[in-house]
Ligand binder design. Structure first.
Ligand code: 3IX
Length: 194
């Protein structure tokens, strides 16, 4: 039996992802897509503060330190928090394609328990694109970039227009985001570099 469902397997007509020519160079930090984001936002006091770094091709790496606030069982990370770290890392890949996309499906394997204070070394890659559908995969390793795999995920992201956020987000945050000069610059960049 396959470990993943058909929903996260690229269809026969899928193509290889193309790194956008203006994507950050390998080794560069991607920066937060939104300051209040739970996954990456620097202004989000309760967030994971993940900082994804561009790799070669359509890949990223990120490190996540498991804090006491992330516990599920005593001294162990909550699975939902680990899934969030994977989701955020996978989501950041779309910036290398200059595509705005949201998670449609996220399938997670929890392979080993992850103790508090562990540094989880995450790596993610877009494997295929089919129309609006972006297929990607990620692993999280314990303690070192070549440490044992603790979590892994396969995901389907779906490309959306910026209207997805404008039409569905709570108006006060949308207004605030539109008044943030950096956010507007980023939104414009998405719109002029499809
Ligand atoms: C001024 C304000 C600006 C703000 C902008 C700021 C920043 C923007 C930049 C980046 C931010 C983006 C994301 C955040 C980044 C990282 C955080 C981590 C990522 C997330 O945490 S993000 C939140 C969680 N995420 C959601 O909140 C999605 C809720 N959801 C929906 O909004 C819809 O559900 C949607 C859009 C997914 C699809 O809806 P839709 O109507 O557009 O398209 P449709 O349904 O036709 O699907 C098209 C094709 O995808 C297939 N498909 C769809 N869903 C599937 C599934 N679940 N399983 C298997 N296949 C699926 C269909 O089967 C079809 O396939 P086919 O074409 O082959 O028929």
């Amino acid at each position: 039996m396959s470990r993943t469902s058909a929903a996260v397997e690229p269809p026969a007509d899928a193509v290889r992802p193309v790194r956008h020519p203006d994507a950050p160079a390998p080794g560069e930090l991607l920066g937060a897509h939104y300051g209040e984001c739970f996954g990456c936002g620097g202004e989000q006091a309760h967030g994971l503060h993940l900082q994804a770094r561009a790799g070669e091709g359509v890949t990223v790496t990120a490190e996540f330190t498991v804090r006491p606030a992330h516990q599920g069982a005593p001294g162990l990370a909550h699975g939902g928090v680990l899934a969030s770290a994977l989701d955020e890392t996978l989501g950041s890949l779309n910036w290398l394609l200059r595509t705005i996309a949201v998670t449609g499906r996220l399938e997670t394997d929890f392979v080993r328990p992850v103790p508090v204070d562990t540094v989880l070394y995450l790596e993610a890659e877009v494997t295929a694109v089919a129309g609006r559908k972006i297929y990607s995969t990620a692993t999280g390793r314990i303690g070192a970039p070549d440490g044992p795999v603790a979590v892994r995920a396969d995901a389907l992201f779906v490309e959306v227009k910026v209207d997805h956020f404008i039409d569905n987000g709570r108006p006060e945050e949308i207004r605030a985001a539109m008044n943030d000069p950096d956010q507007v610059r980023r939104t414009r960049a998405f719109e002029v570099n499809p």
